[in-house]
Write a protein that binds this ligand. Structure first.
Ligand code: PBG
Length: 321
């Protein structure tokens, strides 16, 4: 048997997370892993992600390579993964999630609440814009959110060149490419709820039509973190039930409420809002930790129904398809 082939995007972030997963997969399978670089539409288009709909732009080419048998598995940032799962593919593992928070990289070491009047804050994400603007409105701050995109180097470059006062990025992404030291403020999730699945990875492979595929799915299960899996399942169920894509202004986070060492319950929080921050629908539900996929899905659906009853649908504007 030759090496396992891991399909990956070429970006620094993708190469770094694929490299780490490759090492872990080598360990659990005892086989060498070879990286196969694949270019996706999201890597080549210059359009804003909110305009192209977001859903799947980084993922489709990797999935096609899997289905054609050119690679054996792929690693995705879970938050980039559409909520619909193709029949012939399976999420074989969701490893333990890293820090799910968004982080600020600002000039002069500034924290978010210390940004000066009129500060220009770059982000391409309607979810971040909605929540940053809502916080500013509620706290007598005046900021201007500026739509940007590009890879992490490009985004931080806007601050280093003095074009923006700050940019907001996922802490996990900065950590994976070795730039976590440049963060000047970790945004509390009470201020900015992260994207569903943020900070988590997904390892996807063919759904086991051959003995080799089945063996790989079974081996990769060793890298799955059951709590992360349940949490992101609830978060993504909320997103799907709101009929929103990854470019919609939807935040969601599931976490455990513990009493000392004893895990008591799981809390799921969700938010949706207008990008100007004038309206936010933010709700939370707490219940027993889901024990099955279906229970986690139900939790997300229930919270989505409550958010829709409070007018969430009207806040999402253009729906991603
Ligand atoms: N949309 C791009 C993207 N997809 C995953 C991450 C970061 C890593 C993660 O959230 O797991 C990023 C960059 C960012 O949002 O700053």
């Amino acid at each position: 048997m030759g090496p396992l082939r891991l399909g990956t995007r070429r970006s620094k972030l993708a190469m770094s997370q694929s490299g780490k997963v490759a090492d872990a997969v080598s360990q659990v399978t005892g086989r060498p892993v070879e990286l196969v670089e694949i270019t996706t539409y999201g890597d080549t288009t210059r359009e804003h992600l909110a305009q192209i709909g977001g859903t799947g732009v980084f993922v489709t080419a990797l999935r096609d390579a899997l289905l054609r048998g050119e690679v054996d598995f792929a690693v995705h940032s879970l938050k980039d993964l559409p909520t619909t799962q193709p029949d012939d593919l399976v999420l074989a593992a969701v490893p333990r999630r890293e820090d799910p928070r968004d982080a600020l990289v600002a000039r002069d070491g500034l924290r978010f609440t210390d940004l000066p009047d009129g500060a220009r804050v770059g982000t391409g994400s309607p979810r971040r814009m909605a929540q940053l603007n809502a916080y500013a409105r509620g706290h007598g701050m005046r900021i201007e959110t500026v739509a940007i995109r590009g890879n992490v180097d490009t985004r931080i470059g806007y601050v280093r060149k003095g074009e923006l006062d700050a940019v907001v990025l996922a802490a996990a992404g900065l950590s994976r490419i070795g730039r976590i030291d440049e963060v000047t403020d970790f945004l509390p999730v009470d201020t900015v709820l992260p994207a569903p699945g943020q900070g988590a990875l997904a390892i996807e492979c063919r759904a086991g039509h051959t003995a080799r595929d089945t063996a790989l799915v079974a081996a990769l299960a060793g890298l799955d973190d059951p709590f992360t899996r349940v949490a992101v399942t609830a978060e993504r169920s909320l997103l799907a039930s709101l009929e929103a894509g990854c470019s919609a202004p939807v935040g969601a986070l599931a976490d455990l409420l513990a009493d000392g060492q004893i895990v008591k319950e799981m809390r799921l929080r969700g938010v949706v809002g207008t990008t100007d921050g004038s309206t936010l629908v933010q709700l939370s539900t707490t219940g027993p930790v889901p024990e099955t996929h279906d229970q986690a899905m139900a939790l997300g659906r229930e919270l989505a129904a409550e958010m829709l009853a409070k007018g969430a649908a009207g806040l999402m504007g253009e729906r991603a398809h």
